[in-house]
Design a protein around this ligand. Structure first.
Ligand code: SAH
Length: 259
């Protein structure tokens, strides 16, 4: 069934009215007609299954046939701070990271970040990021889209509040998985019932993962992060591309904490 993030849909009892780009998508792109069902989310904390009753030129009307909570939203909070990457790689990480369950993305400019962001295209770029994230959210069944902040300095990214801050570094001697296992255990031991909005409770510590650019973090950056309480962690003996490292780290963190 087609899912749409549609914060501006109007609901009156069991009647729903959809306008704007979602209505265009319903009529022109997907050619849906009365009798077809769609899922809408983003209006409030619920997910609505709607049976279409009328599809007009600029709007669609339907009746709510069922309301439920999304099972797909992450139950832990993992923030990915990544250095802006070349070409479309950052976008690729935003898309896959959303599917994997990232709660928030921070895009950073670190010492060795290669692409100098073109200020003139800033708005277009951020609109594209927002669209990619929204489509990935719709596709994977999540209700809540991760936010994206940027462009931040490394310092600003480090200041993002988190209980566990991990800097991914190819020369670190501690493995990421060791720290994740400890993190989960400490949350369970402390029996902390940290409830994040829209999630279901005990999971793991709020985690910030920092991933460097193609050229890596400088030793100074790693030292600064360590000074501020971050732990340098490794994903193994091979040097990975930044996007590979980001997705591998997210996957492991979600596997450890998203229960
Ligand atoms: N400085 C390196 C490559 C950096 S790889 C060089 O040019 O030789 C880009 C980023 O991916 C790194 O900053 C790090 O955050 C992450 N990364 C790559 N391989 C990793 C590994 N084995 N363990 C942890 N992080 C890794």
């Amino acid at each position: 069934m087609h899912r749409f993030c549609c914060p501006d849909a109007c609901r009156d009892g069991d009647q729903i009215r959809i306008e704007g780009s979602t209505a265009v998508q319903i009529r022109r792109v997907l050619r849906l007609s009365p009798g077809d069902q769609v899922v809408l989310f983003g209006l409030d904390e619920w997910e609505y299954t709607v049976q279409l009753e009328r599809v007009d030129r600029d709007s669609a009307h339907g009746r709510v046939v069922c309301r439920g909570a999304s099972e797909a939203d992450p139950r832990c909070k993992v923030t990915l701070a990544m250095a802006l990457l070349k070409g479309e790689k950052s976008e690729w990480v935003l898309q896959k990271g959303t599917e994997l369950g990232v709660s928030r993305f921070l895009l950073m400019q670190t010492r060795r970040t290669v692409p100098a962001p073109d200020e003139r295209r800033r708005d277009a770029r951020w609109e594209r990021y927002a669209r990619i994230i929204r489509e990935a959210t719709e596709q994977c069944g999540r209700q809540r889209s991760p936010g994206v902040d940027g462009l931040l300095s490394f310092d600003q990214a480090l200041a993002h509040p988190a209980e566990l801050v991990l800097i991914l570094h190819e020369r670190a001697t501690t493995r990421l998985t060791e720290v994740l296992v400890d993190g989960r255990r400490s949350v369970l031991d402390a029996n902390l019932s940290v409830q994040h909005p829209g999630t279901h409770g005990v999971s793991g510590p709020d985690t910030l993962l920092l991933v460097g650019p193609e050229g890596g973090f400088t030793e100074d950056e790693v030292a600064l992060a360590t000074d501020r309480g971050a732990r340098p962690v490794s994903l193994g003996r091979r040097v990975l591309r930044a996007e590979t490292a980001a997705l591998a780290a997210i996957t492991l963190a979600m596997d450890a904490f998203d229960h």
